[in-house]
Design a protein around this ligand. Structure first.
Ligand SMILES: O=P(O)(O)OC[C@H]1O[C@H](O[C@H]2O[C@H](CO)[C@@H](O)[C@H](O)[C@H]2O)[C@H](O)[C@@H](O)[C@@H]1O
Length: 281
Protein backbone atom coordinates (compact mmCIF):
# COMPACT_ATOMS: atom_id res chain seq x y z
CA UNK A 1 0.00 0.00 0.00
CA UNK A 2 1.24 3.47 -0.86
CA UNK A 3 0.45 6.47 1.31
CA UNK A 4 -0.73 9.36 -0.84
CA UNK A 5 -0.61 12.18 1.68
CA UNK A 6 1.12 12.99 4.99
CA UNK A 7 -2.08 12.26 6.98
CA UNK A 8 -2.43 8.71 5.68
CA UNK A 9 -0.54 6.89 8.49
CA UNK A 10 -2.52 8.63 11.25
CA UNK A 11 -5.82 8.12 9.37
CA UNK A 12 -5.04 4.42 8.98
CA UNK A 13 -4.17 4.18 12.69
CA UNK A 14 -7.36 6.06 13.64
CA UNK A 15 -9.46 3.67 11.56
CA UNK A 16 -7.77 0.68 13.21
CA UNK A 17 -8.51 2.19 16.62
CA UNK A 18 -12.19 2.79 15.73
CA UNK A 19 -12.69 -0.49 13.87
CA UNK A 20 -15.24 -2.01 16.25
CA UNK A 21 -17.60 0.87 15.46
CA UNK A 22 -16.53 1.26 11.85
CA UNK A 23 -17.83 0.27 8.44
CA UNK A 24 -15.87 -1.05 5.48
CA UNK A 25 -17.39 0.24 2.23
CA UNK A 26 -16.44 -1.43 -1.03
CA UNK A 27 -17.15 -0.56 -4.62
CA UNK A 28 -17.69 -3.59 -6.88
CA UNK A 29 -16.29 -3.23 -10.44
CA UNK A 30 -12.61 -2.32 -10.42
CA UNK A 31 -12.39 -2.80 -6.65
CA UNK A 32 -13.83 -6.18 -5.65
CA UNK A 33 -14.04 -7.43 -9.25
CA UNK A 34 -11.34 -7.07 -11.91
CA UNK A 35 -12.41 -5.04 -14.96
CA UNK A 36 -13.28 -7.23 -17.95
CA UNK A 37 -14.43 -6.35 -21.47
CA UNK A 38 -17.93 -7.80 -21.11
CA UNK A 39 -19.80 -6.46 -18.04
CA UNK A 40 -21.92 -9.63 -17.85
CA UNK A 41 -18.74 -11.67 -17.30
CA UNK A 42 -17.39 -9.67 -14.34
CA UNK A 43 -16.94 -11.74 -11.19
CA UNK A 44 -15.68 -11.00 -7.71
CA UNK A 45 -11.92 -11.54 -7.32
CA UNK A 46 -11.42 -15.19 -6.31
CA UNK A 47 -9.69 -14.15 -3.05
CA UNK A 48 -11.89 -11.17 -2.19
CA UNK A 49 -14.51 -12.92 -0.06
CA UNK A 50 -11.83 -14.51 2.14
CA UNK A 51 -10.11 -11.13 2.50
CA UNK A 52 -13.38 -9.44 3.54
CA UNK A 53 -14.06 -12.24 6.01
CA UNK A 54 -10.55 -11.91 7.43
CA UNK A 55 -11.20 -8.33 8.45
CA UNK A 56 -14.97 -8.24 9.05
CA UNK A 57 -14.99 -9.82 12.48
CA UNK A 58 -13.23 -6.74 13.88
CA UNK A 59 -15.58 -4.28 12.16
CA UNK A 60 -19.16 -3.15 12.75
CA UNK A 61 -20.38 -3.98 9.23
CA UNK A 62 -19.45 -4.32 5.58
CA UNK A 63 -21.19 -2.48 2.73
CA UNK A 64 -20.89 -3.02 -1.01
CA UNK A 65 -21.85 0.27 -2.65
CA UNK A 66 -22.08 -0.11 -6.40
CA UNK A 67 -23.50 1.23 -9.62
CA UNK A 68 -24.74 -2.28 -10.40
CA UNK A 69 -28.32 -3.26 -9.68
CA UNK A 70 -28.39 -5.09 -6.33
CA UNK A 71 -29.57 -8.38 -7.89
CA UNK A 72 -26.64 -8.34 -10.29
CA UNK A 73 -24.10 -7.51 -7.59
CA UNK A 74 -25.45 -10.33 -5.43
CA UNK A 75 -25.04 -12.76 -8.30
CA UNK A 76 -21.68 -11.60 -9.75
CA UNK A 77 -20.21 -11.20 -6.29
CA UNK A 78 -21.71 -14.33 -4.73
CA UNK A 79 -22.66 -11.87 -2.02
CA UNK A 80 -25.43 -13.99 -0.46
CA UNK A 81 -22.77 -16.59 0.38
CA UNK A 82 -20.54 -13.85 1.76
CA UNK A 83 -23.51 -12.58 3.79
CA UNK A 84 -24.04 -16.08 5.21
CA UNK A 85 -20.40 -16.28 6.26
CA UNK A 86 -20.52 -12.78 7.75
CA UNK A 87 -23.66 -13.70 9.67
CA UNK A 88 -21.68 -16.50 11.31
CA UNK A 89 -19.35 -13.77 12.59
CA UNK A 90 -22.38 -11.79 13.76
CA UNK A 91 -21.78 -9.17 11.10
CA UNK A 92 -24.21 -7.61 8.65
CA UNK A 93 -23.68 -7.05 4.92
CA UNK A 94 -25.29 -4.07 3.20
CA UNK A 95 -25.55 -3.90 -0.58
CA UNK A 96 -26.47 -0.49 -1.96
CA UNK A 97 -27.01 -0.71 -5.70
CA UNK A 98 -27.57 1.72 -8.57
CA UNK A 99 -25.59 4.40 -6.72
CA UNK A 100 -27.67 4.07 -3.57
CA UNK A 101 -31.07 3.92 -5.27
CA UNK A 102 -31.51 0.23 -4.41
CA UNK A 103 -31.00 -1.13 -0.90
CA UNK A 104 -30.49 -4.62 0.47
CA UNK A 105 -29.24 -5.88 3.81
CA UNK A 106 -28.42 -9.38 4.88
CA UNK A 107 -30.80 -9.35 7.82
CA UNK A 108 -33.78 -8.73 5.48
CA UNK A 109 -32.66 -10.02 2.07
CA UNK A 110 -35.10 -8.15 -0.10
CA UNK A 111 -34.34 -5.35 -2.54
CA UNK A 112 -35.91 -1.99 -1.82
CA UNK A 113 -36.03 -0.14 -5.11
CA UNK A 114 -37.76 2.99 -6.40
CA UNK A 115 -39.84 2.99 -9.62
CA UNK A 116 -38.10 3.62 -12.95
CA UNK A 117 -37.54 7.38 -13.16
CA UNK A 118 -39.59 9.29 -15.72
CA UNK A 119 -37.54 9.83 -18.84
CA UNK A 120 -35.55 6.57 -18.79
CA UNK A 121 -37.82 4.75 -21.24
CA UNK A 122 -37.95 7.70 -23.65
CA UNK A 123 -34.15 8.09 -23.39
CA UNK A 124 -33.74 4.37 -24.21
CA UNK A 125 -36.01 4.72 -27.22
CA UNK A 126 -33.98 7.68 -28.54
CA UNK A 127 -30.62 5.98 -27.89
CA UNK A 128 -30.16 3.90 -31.08
CA UNK A 129 -30.44 6.98 -33.31
CA UNK A 130 -28.03 8.92 -31.09
CA UNK A 131 -25.49 6.07 -31.14
CA UNK A 132 -25.80 5.77 -34.92
CA UNK A 133 -25.27 9.52 -35.38
CA UNK A 134 -22.12 9.30 -33.25
CA UNK A 135 -20.78 6.31 -35.22
CA UNK A 136 -21.14 4.06 -32.17
CA UNK A 137 -24.14 1.93 -33.12
CA UNK A 138 -22.39 -1.26 -31.96
CA UNK A 139 -21.78 0.06 -28.43
CA UNK A 140 -23.05 -2.33 -25.78
CA UNK A 141 -26.17 -0.92 -24.10
CA UNK A 142 -26.84 -2.17 -20.57
CA UNK A 143 -30.45 -1.79 -19.47
CA UNK A 144 -30.32 -1.47 -15.71
CA UNK A 145 -33.99 -0.79 -15.12
CA UNK A 146 -33.46 2.48 -13.24
CA UNK A 147 -30.66 3.51 -15.61
CA UNK A 148 -29.12 2.88 -19.02
CA UNK A 149 -25.38 2.41 -19.51
CA UNK A 150 -23.59 2.72 -22.84
CA UNK A 151 -20.27 0.84 -22.86
CA UNK A 152 -17.50 1.80 -25.26
CA UNK A 153 -14.83 -0.68 -24.10
CA UNK A 154 -15.41 -3.14 -26.94
CA UNK A 155 -15.61 -0.54 -29.72
CA UNK A 156 -12.62 -0.35 -32.12
CA UNK A 157 -11.34 2.95 -30.67
CA UNK A 158 -12.95 2.96 -27.26
CA UNK A 159 -11.46 6.21 -26.00
CA UNK A 160 -12.33 8.22 -29.11
CA UNK A 161 -15.85 6.75 -29.13
CA UNK A 162 -16.26 7.71 -25.47
CA UNK A 163 -15.16 11.29 -26.20
CA UNK A 164 -17.63 11.53 -29.09
CA UNK A 165 -20.50 10.05 -27.12
CA UNK A 166 -20.17 11.91 -23.83
CA UNK A 167 -21.50 15.30 -25.06
CA UNK A 168 -24.17 13.62 -27.20
CA UNK A 169 -25.52 11.47 -24.38
CA UNK A 170 -25.23 14.31 -21.88
CA UNK A 171 -27.48 16.43 -24.09
CA UNK A 172 -29.91 13.58 -24.67
CA UNK A 173 -30.04 12.87 -20.92
CA UNK A 174 -30.74 16.53 -20.14
CA UNK A 175 -33.56 16.55 -22.71
CA UNK A 176 -35.19 13.74 -20.70
CA UNK A 177 -34.49 15.24 -17.27
CA UNK A 178 -31.84 12.63 -16.46
CA UNK A 179 -28.38 12.68 -14.90
CA UNK A 180 -25.14 11.47 -16.52
CA UNK A 181 -22.76 9.28 -14.55
CA UNK A 182 -19.48 8.88 -16.48
CA UNK A 183 -17.29 5.90 -15.62
CA UNK A 184 -14.57 3.63 -16.96
CA UNK A 185 -15.49 3.30 -20.66
CA UNK A 186 -19.13 3.65 -19.68
CA UNK A 187 -21.61 6.51 -19.82
CA UNK A 188 -24.58 5.87 -17.56
CA UNK A 189 -27.76 7.87 -17.58
CA UNK A 190 -30.09 7.71 -14.63
CA UNK A 191 -32.67 9.70 -12.74
CA UNK A 192 -32.52 11.48 -9.45
CA UNK A 193 -29.81 13.02 -7.38
CA UNK A 194 -28.96 9.96 -5.30
CA UNK A 195 -25.29 9.04 -5.28
CA UNK A 196 -22.85 6.86 -3.38
CA UNK A 197 -22.22 9.62 -0.85
CA UNK A 198 -25.82 9.40 0.32
CA UNK A 199 -25.39 5.65 0.69
CA UNK A 200 -22.35 6.20 2.92
CA UNK A 201 -24.18 8.74 5.08
CA UNK A 202 -27.24 6.48 5.31
CA UNK A 203 -25.27 3.47 6.57
CA UNK A 204 -23.08 5.56 8.87
CA UNK A 205 -26.16 7.19 10.44
CA UNK A 206 -28.08 3.92 10.75
CA UNK A 207 -25.19 2.19 12.52
CA UNK A 208 -23.91 5.21 14.42
CA UNK A 209 -20.55 4.48 12.84
CA UNK A 210 -17.50 6.12 14.36
CA UNK A 211 -15.33 5.20 11.40
CA UNK A 212 -15.64 4.51 7.68
CA UNK A 213 -13.14 3.13 5.21
CA UNK A 214 -14.20 3.32 1.58
CA UNK A 215 -12.37 1.61 -1.27
CA UNK A 216 -13.21 2.64 -4.83
CA UNK A 217 -11.73 3.05 -8.28
CA UNK A 218 -13.90 5.26 -10.45
CA UNK A 219 -15.63 8.63 -10.76
CA UNK A 220 -18.85 7.20 -9.32
CA UNK A 221 -16.96 6.72 -6.04
CA UNK A 222 -16.01 10.38 -5.69
CA UNK A 223 -19.22 11.19 -3.78
CA UNK A 224 -18.55 8.29 -1.41
CA UNK A 225 -15.05 9.64 -0.83
CA UNK A 226 -16.48 13.11 -0.15
CA UNK A 227 -18.98 11.63 2.31
CA UNK A 228 -16.23 9.82 4.22
CA UNK A 229 -14.18 13.04 4.26
CA UNK A 230 -17.24 14.85 5.68
CA UNK A 231 -17.65 12.18 8.38
CA UNK A 232 -13.98 12.63 9.18
CA UNK A 233 -14.43 16.40 9.46
CA UNK A 234 -17.24 15.65 11.92
CA UNK A 235 -14.88 13.61 14.10
CA UNK A 236 -15.15 10.05 12.77
CA UNK A 237 -12.17 8.01 11.61
CA UNK A 238 -12.16 8.13 7.82
CA UNK A 239 -9.85 6.26 5.50
CA UNK A 240 -9.98 6.53 1.71
CA UNK A 241 -8.41 3.84 -0.44
CA UNK A 242 -8.00 4.05 -4.21
CA UNK A 243 -8.02 0.81 -6.15
CA UNK A 244 -5.67 2.21 -8.75
CA UNK A 245 -5.70 1.81 -12.50
CA UNK A 246 -4.01 3.61 -15.37
CA UNK A 247 -7.46 4.05 -16.87
CA UNK A 248 -8.84 6.23 -14.05
CA UNK A 249 -6.34 8.24 -11.98
CA UNK A 250 -8.89 10.78 -10.63
CA UNK A 251 -9.52 9.18 -7.24
CA UNK A 252 -5.84 9.23 -6.29
CA UNK A 253 -6.01 12.94 -5.54
CA UNK A 254 -8.72 12.32 -2.95
CA UNK A 255 -7.40 9.09 -1.45
CA UNK A 256 -5.11 8.41 1.50
CA UNK A 257 -3.89 5.06 0.29
CA UNK A 258 -3.26 3.65 -3.18
CA UNK A 259 -3.37 -0.07 -3.91
CA UNK A 260 -2.91 -1.76 -7.30
CA UNK A 261 -6.45 -2.75 -8.37
CA UNK A 262 -8.46 -5.66 -6.97
CA UNK A 263 -5.29 -7.71 -6.24
CA UNK A 264 -4.10 -4.78 -4.14
CA UNK A 265 -7.49 -4.49 -2.42
CA UNK A 266 -7.23 -8.13 -1.33
CA UNK A 267 -3.69 -7.55 -0.01
CA UNK A 268 -4.80 -4.35 1.75
CA UNK A 269 -7.65 -6.15 3.53
CA UNK A 270 -5.28 -8.88 4.75
CA UNK A 271 -2.85 -6.22 5.99
CA UNK A 272 -5.73 -4.46 7.77
CA UNK A 273 -6.81 -7.77 9.32
CA UNK A 274 -3.27 -8.34 10.59
CA UNK A 275 -3.11 -4.82 12.04
CA UNK A 276 -6.49 -5.32 13.70
CA UNK A 277 -5.25 -8.52 15.26
CA UNK A 278 -8.00 -10.43 13.52
CA UNK A 279 -7.74 -14.20 13.73
CA UNK A 280 -6.35 -15.73 10.51
CA UNK A 281 -9.15 -16.93 8.24
O1 LIG B 1 -19.88 1.22 -8.94
P1 LIG B 1 -19.24 0.02 -9.58
O2 LIG B 1 -19.41 -1.22 -8.80
O3 LIG B 1 -17.80 0.27 -9.94
O4 LIG B 1 -20.03 -0.19 -10.95
C1 LIG B 1 -19.88 0.78 -12.00
C2 LIG B 1 -20.28 0.17 -13.34
O5 LIG B 1 -19.48 -0.99 -13.50
C3 LIG B 1 -19.73 -1.85 -14.62
O6 LIG B 1 -18.96 -1.38 -15.69
C4 LIG B 1 -17.57 -1.43 -15.43
O7 LIG B 1 -17.14 -2.80 -15.29
C5 LIG B 1 -17.27 -3.61 -16.47
C6 LIG B 1 -16.85 -5.02 -16.12
O8 LIG B 1 -15.54 -5.06 -15.67
C7 LIG B 1 -16.43 -2.99 -17.60
O9 LIG B 1 -16.56 -3.75 -18.79
C8 LIG B 1 -16.87 -1.54 -17.84
O10 LIG B 1 -16.02 -0.94 -18.81
C9 LIG B 1 -16.80 -0.75 -16.54
O11 LIG B 1 -17.29 0.57 -16.71
C10 LIG B 1 -21.19 -2.04 -14.91
O12 LIG B 1 -21.38 -2.61 -16.17
C11 LIG B 1 -22.04 -0.82 -14.70
O13 LIG B 1 -23.41 -1.17 -14.74
C12 LIG B 1 -21.72 -0.25 -13.33
O14 LIG B 1 -22.57 0.82 -13.04
Amino acid sequence: MEHLNPHAPERYAAFVAAAGDAVLGLDFDGTLAPIVDDPTLARIHPDAAAAVLAVAGRLRAVAVVTGRPVAQALQLGALEELADALAEQGRELFVLGQYGNERWRSTRRSVVSPPTPPGVNAYSAALPDALRAAGAESAYVEDKGLAVAVHTRRLPDATAAYARLLPVLTELAAAHGLTVEPGRQVIEVRGGETHKGEAVHLIAAELGAQGFCFIGDDLGDVEAFRAVAALRDAGAAGLLVCSGSEEQPALRELADVLVPGPDGVVAFLHQLAADLGAPAH
